[in-house]
Write a protein that binds this ligand. Structure first.
Ligand code: GLU
Length: 285
């Protein structure tokens, strides 16, 4: 069987079935979605749509954990510069400032719908160390049990280039593995993985299904690393490898419009990554 399927759009039924049958989902929100690219302000109306989608999932019995980016993007306003131009210590301070504003926005939006929220700021060390990882998992389980929506980010205020994930794609994949999630949704500002750079090449096609990460697939991610999203496609493929090894599904979709989860369910453009087998290797956790 070919490792990839290309077509203009994924049948709505596939995405709807995948999302409806998931008991536990991780939704990763990219900085470009939560923060305005020019002003760094939180995109309030967009967040309302996302939270409405999340609450709808919870109402039908599903559990949702949000992994959010945006702390640095939001906090960088204080420095009068966009996040990419900050030095490390400025970035850490920006994250400390922006994280509070980010959580306030999530808290207010969830509260309006009768939900609580719980924040986890994790480091790569937390996820790599089995004891700390088990503690983080227990906290997440407890939050879900009491009906508070867990919102996770990397602890950017204390991490440096040497000891960080640096992107929330891999962090979200590790969290998904940690809590035995069924589906990881990477909401980005791109439709998914393209065969070529769609900005340069009109023949570029969206890859709608991947069942094996081949060198061919990796080459596709290479060309889109810098241009299309904050984490880039390279880190998204790294996340996909974690997902496929661990035995859960992952989808990359463009979340820039309102109600981004409903858009996936309704068959909006996306790339699905399917594990070879469903026998989840959870031994590590
Ligand atoms: N953790 C970073 C933040 O909150 C974002 C990392 C990423 O872009 O994936 O700003």
């Amino acid at each position: 069987m070919s490792s990839l399927v290309q077509q203009d759009s994924i049948p709505a039924i596939t995405s709807a079935v995948q999302l409806l049958s998931a008991r536990r989902l991780i939704v990763k929100v990219g900085s470009a979605l939560i923060a305005d690219a020019d002003t760094g302000e939180i995109r309030g109306p967009w967040l309302e749509g996302l939270i409405e989608d999340v609450v709808r999932f919870v109402a039908r019995g599903q559990q949702v954990i949000i992994v959010t980016s945006g702390a640095v993007a939001v906090g960088s306003r204080r420095f009068g510069r966009l996040d990419r131009r900050l030095q490390i210590v400025e970035k850490q301070a920006a994250a400390a400032i922006g994280q509070v504003q980010l959580m306030h926005a999530y808290d207010q939006s969830l509260k309006r719908r009768g939900f609580g929220v719980g924040q986890l700021l994790l480091t790569a060390e937390d996820v790599d160390n089995q004891h700390r990882c088990l503690n983080a998992r227990a906290t997440l389980e407890q939050l879900l049990k009491v009906g508070a929506v867990p919102v996770v980010n990397e602890n950017d205020a204390t991490t440096t280039a040497e000891n960080c994930f640096g992107d929330n794609d891999r962090l979200a994949a590790r969290v998904a593995h940690m809590v035995n999630a069924d589906v990881l949704i990477l909401l980005s500002n791109v439709d998914g993985l393209f065969t070529q750079d769609p900005h340069d090449n009109p023949l570029a096609r969206l890859v709608t299904e991947v069942r094996c990460i081949t060198p061919e697939i990796e080459a596709m991610a290479g060309h889109s690393a810098a241009r299309h999203s904050s984490g880039g496609m390279v880190t998204k493929l790294m996340a996909a490898k974690i997902a496929m090894d661990a035995g859960y599904e992952m989808v990359i979709a463009n979340g820039i419009k309102s109600y981004p989860l409903a858009a996936i369910e309704n068959g909006g453009p996306s790339t699905w990554f399917f594990p070879r087998a469903k026998d989840k290797d959870r031994a590590r956790y």
